[in-house]
Design a protein around this ligand. Sequence first.
Ligand code: FMN
Ligand code: SF4
Ligand code: SF4
Ligand code: SF4
Length: 579
Amino acid sequence: MDRNIVYIKDTGILQPDRTKDVYAAFLNGLRDRGMQDSVMAVRVADIGAYNQGVVIKVLPDTTYYNVKDADINRIVDSIKEGKAVQGLAARKEPKQLRIVLRNCGVVDPDNIDDYLARDGYQALKKVLFDLKTPEKTIDEIKKSGLRGRGGAGYPTWMKWNFAKQMVSDQKYVICNGDEGDPGAYMDRSVLEGDPYSVVEGMMIAGFSVGATMGYFYIRAEYPLAVDRVQNAIDRCYERGLLGKNILGSNFNFGLEIRLGAGAFVCGEETALIASIEGRRGTPHPRPPYPSVKGLWEKPTVINNVETLANVPYIILKGGDVFARVGTATSKGTKVFALTGKIKNSGLVEVPMGTTIREIVFDVGGGIFNNKAIKAIQTGGPSGGVIPKDFLNTPVDYENLQKLGSIMGSGGMIVMDEDDCMVDIARFYQRFCFEESCGKCSPCRIGTAQMLNTLSKIAEGMGELSDLDNLRRISQAMQKAALCGLGQTAPNPVVSTLRYYQDEYEVHIINKKCPSKKCRNLLSYKIIPEKCKRCSVCMMNCEAKAITGNKDDGYVINMDKCVRCGKCFEVCKFKAVSKE
Ligand SMILES: Cc1cc2nc3c(=O)[nH]c(=O)nc-3n(C[C@H](O)[C@H](O)[C@H](O)COP(=O)(O)O)c2cc1C
Ligand code: SF4
Ligand code: SF4
Ligand code: SF4
């Protein structure tokens, strides 16, 4: 039976949290109307809103804000009637569409019966007993137009087909749950919220390519995801859904988890394979691709968590139904981890082709503190920034690439006028430098040189020739680095240079940071006309850079100042200037 799902959370910050009371009142309302079995209410930790009182979200698309006690029963009645409550602060969220996240927050991720009650393993049954052959299964995936969600967007059916065509006594399927991009937590949420779908996706992939064994590669920093996937695997073995002669067919398939130690490069497929094999997790050149020679030199398909979570849905609903969502070249939905200067940060799932503006303003609620949007960053360290001028761009693989960024795995960081593009480039470059495995010199030396150059510019010691150097190193890395980490590490630098070269130049020529972010370029001054001589700034200055007294006033000695910004923060009279 399909249940209505309702999320409840008190998002107020001034009063004690009332989530528990509201939840109890909601349950009473359901019981009074005999609706306790048809509606599942969930107290959630994050509802994608902040300081908007009690928020009740009725899935799929209606959210009520600042709900008062007297409104609760009206909301319960409205669920029965199937329409929204008139006159309440409600917001429709038509832009979201949950395919990947269809079960997240809906099923109990530890309860296999919950998953079975929502068509769990029906897709596998269809594959084994209706479609019957790998060819027909792969054909359905081909019709769907599904492309890999791990970053590169490679057509899933092609990858499966390559592995299927290989003749081998043993083949493998790997689920890539490494997810090392800063700001990304899509895969983790799917593994934690709906592990059975990914298990089912793995089994269908296994059947399609002729594999009898699959591995989940999950980073050890995701202990809940690991527990839930392990529980799902154990329950499936108990019920005969994994192991030999699954569901009475002649399909045999086993699953195990391997833990990653949290190195970004281990998400790269050849490094990941080395890591599972117990070797040092460093990449090696391709070809041969894993679909030809992968784990223990056997044909291996590696797919991302989100890619696999789509698979049961596609098989069950039909590839053509899936293909109706999205754009000509990018089908289905994409889950984004929407973060940064956004009001409603959180996981969102939107059809491909939704514009950046719709994601940021309609789904994300706009910019925090009503500041102006400056750019969005997609694709993490392998991606780039997209300036606000391109907000109307429909999100798909090709469009983002044209703008100099990539879809990546789905991190989307919103930036406002206070964000400095040199600082952003430096942040990602530091990440790549620290995560570079060091195996090849273009990346080992290139990331270090780029980081040094960016730091020089951010600290006011840059020269104009540095910009050409950054471009030259970028090109060399893109061409010569051994793996995707080094090849894409320059992307944030290249894209910030492409759109914001003037910002770099102000840092270099004027020794100023227009966004007031680069600490070494800031100077603090006390404005005598505004200063009330309260001495609070002096008391808070740990560097003892402020001198003076109530009679003569106060001054900041910039030679001693470490630019911590404390005086600026504590002065209630806006008498400290930051330039
Ligand atoms: C440095 C680096 C890190 C990567 N990290 C991940 C990751 O965390 N998860 C992932 O699915 N793919 C990651 N990838 C891409 C994978 O190597 C691979 O292409 C992907 O798992 C294939 O799955 P898909 O076809 O379903 O996208 C990474 C690639 C590189 C170069
Ligand atoms: S590009 Fe970087 S991460 Fe990849 S192999 Fe070379 S050094 Fe290692
Ligand atoms: S805190 Fe502000 S008002 Fe007080 S002494 Fe410092 S600058 Fe003046
Ligand atoms: S910025 Fe920090 S170190 Fe500098 S004067 Fe203010 S409080 Fe002192």
